[in-house]
Design a binder for this molecule. Sequence first.
Ligand SMILES: Nc1ncnc2c1ncn2[C@@H]1O[C@H](COP(=O)(O)OP(=O)(O)OP(=O)(O)O)[C@@H](O)[C@H]1O
Length: 271
Amino acid sequence: MSPVPAPREVGAAAVEVRGLHVSLDGNPILTGVDLTVAAGEWVTVIGPNGAGKSTLLRAVGGLLPAQGMITLFGTPSAALRRRDRARVVATVTQSPVVPPGMPVLDYVLLGRTPYISPLGRESAADVEAAHEVLDRLDLAGFHNRELATLSGGERQRVFLARALAQGATLLLLDEPTSALDIGHQQEVLELVDQLRHAHGLTVLATMHDLSLAGEYADRMVMLADGQVVATGTPREVLTEHLLATHYRASVRVVAGTHGPLVVPVRPRPTP
Ligand SMILES: Nc1ncnc2c1ncn2[C@@H]1O[C@H](COP(=O)(O)OP(=O)(O)OP(=O)(O)O)[C@@H](O)[C@H]1O
């Protein structure tokens, strides 16, 4: 797999969002969101259900109309043609469409579409790239299996494989570990982190597992009701006060190896 260099301005942030507004079906979902992700950085967006995390990722990935400024590596997102955008940004949404009857290898090869001419077929190098990423995600034996027959966790790793096969410099990962057991959660996040360092990838993710999120993110952004309410290092964002205020959660935050660990505790009964 050989990530394609993004059409970047020297020193430009990977993602720059200013004054982002998104309305869906006439309802304001994101209002005035600002966000910067430096090239090579891992930023995780957290927030309670319905805060607008997926909407933010979809807007950054050019998957829905938005007002405001979004630039990717210094280029206004709106100016990127679909094919060019796909060489820069790979998105794993929460519930990707599973084409009926499609084998795993063919699905992962869809990630190579931006490199194949409209009437052409995938090359041997494309197939090799797809196999390589399947190997790395512990999916080598699955290439002929019909995608729809895989377990939820196996399928989730295939979705990630397709995004990695795309060779984009910016990965947008919406809940990449939600269907995975604890071992595969770590395996997938470790792989993403290794690829980030080896190939200079930038990661913008959403995650509900706050401890795991804090272990991998350089910075976190907390969204609530469609607005940014906190941004900073995991230590600055994962505080008992912020989690009580915006999640209405009763937690203890303790120091972990790489980031704070968030432990839910039962609220004390009121006397
Ligand atoms: N097509 C739509 N039309 C109207 N409202 C929508 C539409 N899609 C999403 N929403 C609403 O936008 C809000 C934000 O949704 P979004 O999926 O971005 O939240 P989220 O923070 O990712 O939530 P979760 O943690 O539950 O995945 C929710 O209230 C949701 O119901």
